[in-house]
Structures are given as C-alpha cells and as structure tokens.
Design a protein around this ligand. Structure first.
Ligand SMILES: N[C@@H](CCC[C@H](N)C(=O)O)C(=O)O
Length: 284
C-alpha cells in the first residue's frame, strides 16, 4: 500500500530552503525520488524549496545525509543543508548536540549551538592542489579570471567589485553561461560572485547548479570563496571570514598550510519554519 502522507519539516539556512524527511525507517522506499523531489520542490504548484534532504541510518557516522537539488538531481553535499539536517537530527533524537554524518563527499562533523540558534559544521580538509586558481576566461563573462575547486560540490568563484549592484538578470545570465560551459566544467558548476568588503568580510551571490537560479545563500560556495580569498591574500585567513549572503551571514574559518585548508568550519543559522505532512497532490 503506497504511503499517502509523508511527515516533513521545512527548514532554511540563510534563506536556502529545504524540505526534510526522516527516512531512517525507509519510508521513502519505492518512490522515484528524482520525480518526487522535482514535484515537491516546484514553487507555486507544490510546497516549493531549493532542495530536499533525507536523514538516513549510517554504519560509519551518527546518520547519513542525502541531498537532492530542486531539479531532482542528487548532490554530494550542501553546506546550508548540512546545518539544517544537523539541527533536524538533533531535534528528532538521531544525534546529540555534537555529531558526525556521512555524505557522498565524505564525513562531516557538526555542533548545534542552542544559545545562538546556529550550527557549526566542520568540513573535510581541502587539498590546495585540487584548486585551480587564476584561470583565464577569455570569452565574454563577468571577469577575465576565475577560480575553481571542489568543496563537496564543484564551485567557481569570480571576484567582482559590484556584487550588490548586479541585476538578478545578470546573475542568471552569467550563472547559466558558466554553469553550462561543458568544455570547462564537464559536470557543471555552481557559480559564486564575490566582492571583498574588507580584510575580514566578503559579499557573495550564488547561481546554483540543480536549482538553476540564484539562491539566497550557498554554504559550500561561501566556504570555497572564503578559502580562495585567503589563499589569494584578499582577506586575513587566520580569523573567521564574514560572508554576507542575500539571506544572512555565514562565518567561515580555516587554517592554511602548504598543502591543505584544514579545520574548515562554517557557522550560520538553521531555521525550522514548519512541520506537517506532504499529501499526494504535492508529488503527483
Ligand atoms: N546550496 C548548497 C549547495 C548545493 C549543491 C549544489 N547545488 C550542487 O549539487 O551542485 C550549499 O549551501 O552548499
């Protein structure tokens, strides 16, 4: 008998919003997840969100995070989603205030901080040799150089001096052009437009692969941009870097050595805005 009501939570981290389901008892078994996610994430005709996440059991950590983009594609991880799922795991009793969780991009750790209503997520180390810095971009685009790397998922970082003033249309047009530049980025890329505000802060806007639009914030993109800015000497890398997103502030800290960005932390909010039941009209 197919299930007709699916308990869910609606959460967001800096406005990057998610539908979250506790799938520890394999409630979602038998669903075509790609279609299901695409349908429930559609704004207007369904609940609507940038992504969908499931809390699942893990043999090697407190739980497994499964993350899907709004278009139904499964993503390896999501920074804002990680904070939300950590808070969710704590709320449903799947983890204590400190936890570890498994993703397709490795094992992450997190701490829920009830006093500030925030969550601090520790990323795996980022090997500096995996970053491609100062890559020329000769075709028409936002800048003549970009920076590329994997922080769980692929990211390009473009430093500009007028990020707040870019129109939504410019972000979407450049974002799509770069995201679908298959010659340079065969698996696509998230596209982050960043501006240095001072030695400790950046402003950032992100076009997200899988949402195919600008989102209010991107946690892994903010982390990628903060690390690249530190390596390039644009910010002080030995103190938290304040990332001003459209939906709020993320604080990124890390230590740079010759080979690694290690002790990579991302702290920010994780709001639980509703709980309820998804009904078949939401996914059919
Ligand atoms: N919003 C996310 C990034 C989500 C993953 C991405 N869209 C992809 O699969 O490429 C974040 O906060 O990190």
């Amino acid at each position: 008998m197919p299930i007709t009501k699916i308990p869910f939570a609606k959460m967001n981290g800096c406005g990057n919003d998610f539908i979250v389901v506790d799938n520890r008892k394999k409630m979602m078994k038998g669903f075509d997840l790609g279609t299901f996610v695409k349908n429930i994430c559609a704004r207007g005709t369904s609940l609507g969100a940038d992504g969908f996440m499931m809390l699942e059991p893990s043999d090697i950590a407190d739980f497994k995070m499964r993350y899907f983009n709004a278009d139904g594609s499964e993503g390896a991880m999501c920074g804002n989603g990680a904070r939300c799922l950590s808070r969710f795991a704590h709320l449903v009793g799947a983890a204590s205030e400190t936890m570890s969780f498994e993703t397709m991009a490795g094992i992450y750790q997190a701490e829920v901080l009830p006093a500030t209503h925030t969550v601090n997520v520790k990323f795996p180390d980022v090997p500096l040799k995996t970053l491609q810095l100062n890559q020329p971009y000769p075709t028409e685009g936002p800048a003549s150089l970009y920076h590329y790397g994997f922080v769980g998922v692929p990211h390009t970082v473009w430093f500009l001096d007028n990020v707040a003033k870019l129109s939504d249309r410019q972000i979407t047009e450049w974002g799509k052009q770069i995201r679908y530049d298959h010659a340079r980025f065969p698996q696509g890329t998230n596209v982050n437009f960043a501006q240095v505000i001072d030695r400790h802060s950046l402003q950032i806007r992100t076009y997200e692969r899988g949402v195919e639009a600008e989102t209010y914030a991107c946690g892994s993109g903010s982390t990628a941009a903060a690390i690249v800015a530190g390596i390039l000497g644009l910010v002080e890398s030995d103190s938290p870097i304040r990332m001003q997103t459209r939906g709020g502030v993320l604080r990124i800290s890390y230590q740079l050595s010759e080979e690694l960005a290690r002790d990579v932390y991302m702290e920010g909010n994780a709001k639980l805005v509703a709980t309820g039941e998804l009904l078949p009209d939401a996914w059919l």
